[in-house]
Write a protein that binds this ligand. Structure first.
Ligand SMILES: [Zn+2]
Length: 411
């Protein structure tokens, strides 16, 4: 099956031209500057992670992770399968370069996985598809098969003796799935090791555990690190049809007796997920990954991410676009109206939550609230807002603000 777009010679020239462009321009998010190139050449490399991923031309680890020179130690092989050569590379990165995270990143619509499911293969390709077949068994679903394949590679890495020894030095192996269409990376492991082997949870848990939990009417996914126990305000009002999923990390893992009592007193179903992976936003990623699994199982339920972190909002908007009922709240007790009634929020805060949901506002929430709280006249509020935004935006804000500033002096 030859579908070559150009000859080997042409391809080589293309690579050279591509490399020439790479040398002369600085593009993308990662630092590929000549200075860094020289620095890493003379001082050596210290990549922060090993990425094991597919050779698929649509999966570009450095771009995907906005990484530049010297940041990622990348091992690519069709179907991200693992054998001795890959293990040797990982071992090298761990022992000699100091990498502490190995991410096995599969992707959806993977040709290698597809071939293993649907086609008889021959020659050398068989080495790859046979390995994938071992991983996926009879699974026919593309997404699940890709997850299982990742999990298999994760296990292969973990089971190698050298890697196990490295575990004591903090080396962690986890799985992820890259989505070709929207560029999103789903992290499949929370690196929770119960007994032997890391990441035992992996794909299976994430694919099937949500099925057991799919019977609820409302779900609250609590970013505990962000909202802490205040995020659970309102749990007394929940019912048997509510499920509260608490996500935390070692940075926030204490429960007070008072809170414990409140949780026991609640009728809702509680689950706890400790996210151990030491990367930025690991808790957020886990929440979004679980949310994605849940909405697939139970389309009609209502989902609330409990967090003050406005970074969630963009992703939530895309869920809403697909007509899932997802929103962000600052505590389980939910909507702005309720919050007002409970007097958990000041008048200004409740107003803000209700009317200023756009990112351009939420990212300056603290400043705006301070202005609303302390502004003595309309003119003063106007002047202070002008320091944050341009005139047109302030004009819009003033229109929105009418109900709560109409009694203030000034025009
Ligand atoms: Zn692939």
């Amino acid at each position: 099956m030859s579908r070559a777009a150009c000859t080997a010679q042409q391809a080589l020239e293309k690579l050279k031209a591509g490399n020439a462009r790479y040398i002369n321009v600085k593009t993308g998010e990662g630092d590929v500057s000549p200075a860094l190139r020289l620095k890493t050449c003379t001082e050596g490399q210290a990549p922060y992670a090993v990425i094991v991923t597919c050779s698929d031309s649509r999966v570009i680890p450095e771009s995907i992770f906005s990484a530049g020179i010297g940041e990622l130690f990348v091992i690519r092989v069709a179907g991200n399968v693992i054998d001795d050569h890959q293990l040797g590379s990982i071992e090298y990165a761990a022992e000699h370069l100091g990498c502490r995270l190995v991410l096995v990143m599969g992707h959806d619509h993977c040709g290698a996985v597809d071939a293993a499911i649907h086609h008889e293969t021959e020659n050398y390709i068989r080495y790859i598809t046979d390995e994938i077949k071992k991983a996926i068994g009879d699974e026919q679903d593309d997404y699940k098969a890709c997850c299982l394949n990742v999990r298999h590679s994760v296990r292969r890495i973990e089971e190698s003796l050298e890697i196990r020894q490295e575990e004591e030095h903090g080396l962690r192996v986890c799985g992820a799935l890259y989505h070709l269409a929207d560029g999103r990376v789903e992290f499949l492991d929370d690196l929770q090791s119960s007994g032997g082997g890391l990441g035992a949870a992996a794909a299976d848990t994430l694919v099937s555990a949500v099925s057991e939990e799919s019977a609820f009417r409302r779900y609250f996914l609590v970013d505990y690190e962000n909202v802490n126990r205040e995020g659970l305000n309102g749990i007394a009002k929940l019912t048997e049809t509510d499920c509260v999923k608490i996500y935390y990390s070692s940075a926030a893992e204490t429960l007070t007796f008072g809170l414990h009592r409140r949780i026991n007193g609640s009728k809702a179903h509680f689950t706890y997920t400790k996210v151990k992976i030491q990367i930025k936003n690991a808790v957020d990623c886990q929440i979004l990954f679980d949310l994605q699994g849940l909405v697939k199982e139970n389309r009609d339920a209502e989902y609330s991410i409990v967090s003050k972190d406005t970074d969630f909002d963009k992703t939530i908007a895309s869920f809403v676009e697909h007509r899932f009922h997802v929103k962000r709240v600052v505590h389980v007790g939910a909507s702005a109206e309720q919050l007002k009634a409970e007097r958990k929020l000041t008048k200004e805060e409740a107003f803000f939550e209700e009317h200023f949901q756009k990112k351009k506002y939420t990212e300056k929430r603290a400043e705006i609230l301070e202005i609303l709280r302390t502004g003595k006249t309309r003119q003063q509020i106007n002047n202070r807002l002008m320091k944050l935004y341009e005139g047109q935006t302030v004009k819009e804000m003033f229109k929105i603000l009418q109900p709560i500033i109409k009694d203030l002096p000034g025009k």
